[in-house]
Design a protein around this ligand. Structure first.
Ligand code: FDA
Length: 504
C-alpha cells in the first residue's frame, strides 16, 4: 500500500545513505540471510524474514540502523556468527531488521600487554588464527567450533577445551565496547561494573550491541597433546563413562577429557553407541602418560594413542573432527560450511554421578534415533575457583559436568522436525531425576525455547521471565533484570528470551 511504501521510504531515508542495505527485492538478500545462519531448522521458508539486512562498516552506520529502527517501530536482531540454536539472530515474530556484523571483524593483538581487541563479528577461528600468527605460546580459551561468532559466544559465557585451566571465554574479557539503546558507545569505565558484569554471561542482546571485546590472552606450551579413545557398548563404554564422572572434574587442570556419545551405524544397518573420550592436555605425552596411569588407568591410555602438536593445530583437531598435523590452519578462516543440518539442542548440568542403569536407559532411547549426540564437558579446575556471582554465568563449583544433547536430521518434511524434537523432549524428561533441579539449570549458549519464551506484545512480567531466566542464570537473574531496568527500561532490546527490565 502507499502508506507502507512511504514508511519504507522514510525508513530507508533515515538510514545512512552510504550504508549497504539488503531488502527482499535485492539479489543478495536470500543468500546473505542464510549463509551465516547455522541451524536450518529455524530458517525454513515459513520463518518470518527481516524487513532489511544491513552490514555496517562504521559505528555510525550501526547507530543509524539502531535509531531508525526505534523511530520506525522495528526491533533489531544482532547477528555476529549466526550460531544461535533457535535462530534468534535471524528470525523473529515481530517486524525486525538484522544488523549483521560480518564487516566488524578486526582483530588487533598487543603482544606486550598479552591482550587483543576483537570485534564482535569475528569468528573463533579468526581469533585463534590471528593469535597463532603472532605467537606459538599464546591462546584464547573459547569454544570448539571455529565458525561461532564472538559477539554471541562470549556474551553467553563460551567454553571449550581449556575451560578447566582458564575458565570461560567471558572470564577472560577485560574491557568491551558496547552501543547502548541511545546509540551511545560505552567502554568498561563508562558503562560501569554492573553492565560489564551483565554482558559476561547474561547474553549481549538484552543490553545493547557489543562492538568489540578486549580479551586477555593465556599461555600454552609450544606443544600440547591430544587423543581420542572410542569404545562401543560391547567394549565396556558404559562402565568407563560411569568412572569418567568421578575423575574428569578432579583431574589436573591442564587435562581436559570430554565424553562424546553418538550413534554408530554398522554395515548391515545395525546401530551401536560409541563413547569417545576426547582430550586436550597442555603438556607432553611423556607427562601425560604417568598422570593418566594414576588418575584414570581404566582408560588404558598408551603413548601410541596420543599426538603432540601446537595449540593451534589442536583447534583444528577438535573443530574439524580429528584433523591431523598436516592440515593447513587456513581452514580456520572459513566462515561458512556446506554441511549444515536441521538440529535441536538442550543442556543440563550434573551434580552427582549418574548410575550405569540410567545410562543404559539413555542408550535404549538413542537407538530409536539416527543422528544424536550427548556431549559431556567436565568442570572443576578453574571453574570451581570462580564464585557464582563473579560474572553473570552462574554454573560453577556445584557441577561435575555439563551435558549438551543434540539431535540432527538431514531432510525436512513428513513431520520430521516434530518427530526428532519430540524424541529429544522425551530424553530430557527422562533425565530430569538425574541432573540439577530447583532450578534445573541450562546454558544460554545452547539456547532452548522449550524452557519458556516471551510472546507478549508489551513487556513480559519478571515472574514469567523467571521461568527460563533462573534456569540460565540462577540467582544472577535478579541482578540481570535490575541492570536491564537501568540501561534499557523501555525494553527496546527484546527477544523471545531476553531479560525483562526490573526497577529497584
Ligand atoms: P548469533 O549471531 O546467532 O548470536 C547469538 C545471540 O547473541 C543472539 O541472540 C544475538 O542477537 C546475540 N548477539 C550476537 N552478536 C551480538 C552482539 N554483537 N551484541 C549483542 N548481542 C549479540 N558454545 C560453547 O560454549 N562452546 C562450543 O564449543 C560451542 N560450539 C558450537 C558449535 C556449533 C556448530 C554451534 C551452532 C554452536 C556452538 N556453541 C558453542 C554455541 C555458541 O556459543 C552460541 O550459539 C553463541 O551464542 C553463538 O554466537 P554467534 O555470534 O555465532 O551467534
Amino acid at each position: 500500500s502507499s502508506t507502507s511504501s512511504s514508511t519504507d521510504e522514510s525508513f530507508f531515508h533515515c538510514l545512512n545513505a552510504s550504508q549497504q542495505i539488503y531488502s527482499p527485492n535485492t539479489t543478495s538478500y536470500s543468500s546473505l540471510l542464510s549463509s551465516y545462519h547455522e541451524n536450518i531448522r529455524t530458517s525454513s521458508f515459513r520463518a518470518p524474514k527481516p524487513f532489511v539486512i544491513v552490514t555496517p562498516n562504521l559505528e555510525s552506520e550501526i547507530q543509524a540502523a539502531l535509531l531508525c529502527s526505534k523511530k520506525h517501530g522495528f526491533k533489531i536482531r544482532i547477528r555476529s556468527g549466526g550460531h544461535d540454536y533457535e535462530g534468534l539472530s535471524t528470525t523473529s515474530n515481530v517486524p525486525f531488521i538484522i544488523i549483521d556484523l560480518v564487516n566488524f571483524r578486526k582483530i588487533t593483538i598487543d603482544m606486550d600487554d598479552e591482550t587483543a581487541w576483537i570485534q564482535a563479528g569475528a569468528t573463533l577461528g579468526e581469533v585463534y588464527y590471528a593469535i597463532a600468527n603472532r605467537s606459538s605460546v599464546h591462546a584464547f580459551p573459547a569454544g570448539i567450533c571455529p565458525t561461532v561468532g564472538v559477539g554471541g559466544h562470549i556474551s553467553g559465557g563460551g567454553f571449550g577445551t581449556m575451560l578447566r585451566k582458564y575458565g570461560l571465554a567471558s572470564d577472560n574479557v577485560v574491557d568491551a565496547y558496547l552501543m547502548d539503546v541511545n546509540g551511545k558507545i560505552l567502554n568498561r569505565k563508562s558503562m560501569g561494573e554492573d553492565l560489564f558484569w551483565a554482558i559476561r554471561g547474561g547474553g549481549g542482546a538484552s543490553f545493547g550491541i557489543i562492538l568489540s571485546w578486549k580479551i586477555k590472552l593465556v599461555n600454552v606450551p609450544p606443544k600440547v597433546t591430544v587423543f581420542t579413545i572410542g569404545k562401543t557398548l560391547d567394549q565396556g563404554a558404559t562402565k568407563l563413562l560411569e568412572k569418567w564422572q568421578h575423575v574428569a572434574y578432579k583431574l589436573d587442570a591442564n587435562l581436559f577429557i570430554r565424553a562424546l556419545v553418538q550413534i554408530v551405524h554398522g554395515k548391515k544397518g545395525e546401530k551401536n553407541i560409541r563413547i569417545s573420550f576426547n582430550s586436550l592436555f597442555l603438556g607432553s605425552i611423556q607427562e601425560l602418560i604417568p598422570l593418566m596411569k594414576t588418575s584414570f588407568p581404566e582408560l588404558g591410555l598408551v603413548s601410541e594413542d596420543c599426538i603432540e602438536m601446537s595449540w593451534i593445530k589442536s583447534t583444528l583437531y577438535f573443530g574439524f573432527y580429528g584433523a591431523r598435523n598436516g592440515d593447513p590452519i587456513d581452514i580456520l578462516l572459513n566462515r561458512t560450511h556446506s554441511d549444515k543440518s536441521f538440529f535441536k539442542g538442550k543442556s543440563d548440568f550434573v551434580k552427582e554421578p549418574i548410575s550405569e542403569n540410567v545410562f543404559e536407559g539413555i542408550w535404549k532411547m538413542f537407538l530409536d534415533e539416527e543422528i544424536a549426540f550427548m556431549i559431556m564437558d567436565p568442570y572443576g579446575g578453574k571453574m570451581s575457583k570462580i564464585s557464582e556471582s563473579e560474572t553473570s554465568f552462574p554454573h560453577r563449583a556445584d557441577y561435575l559436568y555439563n551435558i549438551q544433547y543434540l539431535v540432527k536430521w538431514e531432510r525436512e518434511g513428513h513431520g520430521s522436525a516434530k518427530k526428532h524434537v519430540e524424541w529429544l523432549r522425551k530424553l530430557y524428561m527422562y533425565m530430569s531425576a538425574h541432573v540439577s533441579h530447583s532450578p534445573r539449570v541450562a546454558y544460554l549458549n545452547y539456547r532452548d525455547l522449550d524452557l519458556g519464551k516471551d510472546v507478549a506484545v508489551g513487556n513480559i512480567s519478571y515472574i514469567k521471565a523467571k521461568v527460563w531466566g533462573e534456569k540460565y542464570f540462577n540467582k544472577n537473574f535478579n541482578r540481570l533484570a535490575l541492570v536491564k531496568g537501568m540501561v534499557d527500561p523501555d525494553n527496546f532490546f527484546k527477544n523471545e528470551q531476553s531479560i525483562p527490565p526490573l526497577s529497584a
